[in-house]
Design a protein around this ligand. Structure first.
Ligand SMILES: Nc1ncnc2c1ncn2[C@@H]1O[C@H](COP(=O)(O)OP(=O)(O)OP(=O)(O)O)[C@@H](O)[C@H]1O
Ligand SMILES: [Mg+2]
Length: 403
């Protein structure tokens, strides 16, 4: 249901109906089978009980006829049998319940095993602020055992620095940030914050100190105000408006009929990509973190809005350690350090100028982007010129008509 747009784009409604129908059929067959086996069980049970009852009653009746039992004994035998069989009738039900309980128990143990995945230290340190910096020391990482993603990554970031990570898609940039935020633990090596392994910190306090604008923004199906306030549930309305202004999204929100109380839809689908991204920036600014992590935070914006936000981001990143991933290199020229990642390894490090002088990977990337930007500029100029010519042409046409 969430992916309905893709279904429509490809006109695959029939395909989805059939898929849904197939799984419903599977369910239907399983339900029928379950009901059938239950009926067989109940029938078998009833038959056994009834046969037993008839045989015993017959024997008791014979005893009465022979004079070995009184009529009273007959009634007593009957009562005993009924008392014995009633609980036996429940046997099928109990059997089913036990089976279901075993399945539930298995699932519960599975869940408990999952919790062990990221062990939390007993008496973890509280993160209060960055004083010595962040370091990755020979970090290796893989999501699945047979596919390494990061290979021997080491770097150091001083407090207050602004650093950037660039590299091809799939190089492992977002993965670095996920590790720092401790969504996963490293496979080998360690990540330290102020010289202390992040596994020794209380995870909540560490995460409290970091603000992330992720690559794919997902919003809650609630109002814009709720979504921005998510950065700091105790924030006042004024503060929310202020961070919306900083994120260049305030004027857009104010022009909406319902303003800050506009609902954004499931996962935020009623907002455009750029609007969603700016709401995500606003909520991170509201969180006011010590370490700011921006994963292509402005990739969905046009260059003008991007420049405006870039100014704000530069402003808020002052005095804060900031880690940025950017595809548009022009946005990271000012960074203190730039790390170039390729296939999970850091292949180049330095400032923008140093990396250009090396004339290697970064240089090639830069030149390509500059060429593209140049072409776009020329195209824009040409389009404008064409428009001008077009309008003067039509004016002269209408002039000649009137003459
Ligand atoms: N949860 C996951 N499970 C398994 N593999 C994953 C997972 N997340 C990412 N990967 C793999 O890890 C590699 C690195 O992913 P990552 O998201 O870090 O790339 P990236 O450098 O941020 O790329 P992009 O510029 O496209 O965002 C990719 O090849 C991806 O397929
Ligand atoms: Mg990424």
């Amino acid at each position: 249901m969430l992916n309905y747009e893709t279904v429509k784009y490809f006109g695959n409604e029939q395909h989805e109906y059939q898929r849904y129908d197939r799984s419903l059929k599977g369910y239907e067959q399983a339900a029928i089978l379950s009901q059938k086996s239950l009926s067989v069980l109940n029938l078998g049970q009833a038959l056994t009980i009834a046969t037993g009852l008839v045989v015993l009653m017959y024997l008791a009746a014979e005893g009465v006829v022979n004079g070995a039992m009184s009529v009273g004994d007959f009634v007593v035998a009957n009562t005993f049998l009924i008392q014995l069989y009633t609980p036996l009738n429940f046997l099928g039900f109990v059997y089913r319940e036990m089976k279901q309980s075993f399945i539930d128990m298995e699932q519960m143990f599975e869940m408990l095993r999952q919790d062990d995945y990221l062990p939390e230290p007993e008496d973890g340190r509280t993160f209060t602020g960055l004083s010595k910096g962040i370091a990755f020391e020979n970090v290796h990482f893989s999501y699945q055992p047979n596919r390494p993603i990061l290979k021997d990554v080491s770097f150091h970031i001083k407090p207050g620095q602004k650093v950037a990570f660039v590299g091809a898609s799939g190089a492992g940039k977002s993965t670095l940030f996920r590790l720092l935020f401790r969504f996963y633990d490293v496979t080998q090596g360690k990540i330290t914050v102020d010289g202390v392994d992040i596994r020794e910190f209380n995870t909540d306090s560490l995460r409290q100190g970091m603000g992330v604008v992720p690559q794919d923004t997902v919003l809650f199906n609630d109002t814009i105000q709720y979504n921005i306030r998510y950065g700091d549930p105790a924030a006042t309305d004024d503060k929310i408006i202020e961070s919306a202004k900083q994120a260049q999204v305030a004027s857009f929100i104010e022009h909406l009929p319902e303003g800050y109380l506009t609902r954004v839809g499931e996962r935020g689908l009623k907002l455009s990509g750029g609007e969603k991204q700016r709401v995500a920036i606003a909520r991170t600014l509201l969180k006011d973190p010590d370490i700011l992590i921006l994963d292509e935070a402005t990739s969905a914006l046009d260059s003008e809005t991007e420049q405006a936000i870039q100014g704000t981001l530069e402003e808020v990143s002052k005095g804060r350690t900031t880690l940025v991933i950017a595809h548009r290199l022009s946005t990271i020229v000012q960074c203190d350090q730039i790390f170039v990642l390729d296939q999970g390894k850091i292949v180049e490090t330095g400032t923008h100028q140093q990396l250009l002088d090396k004339k290697m990977y970064y240089y090639r990337l830069w030149v390509r982007q500059q060429e593209k930007a140049q072409l776009e500029k020329q195209l824009k100029k040409a389009t404008q010129a064409a428009k001008l010519v077009g309008s003067s042409q039509s004016r002269s046409d209408s002039d000649s008509e009137s003459i």
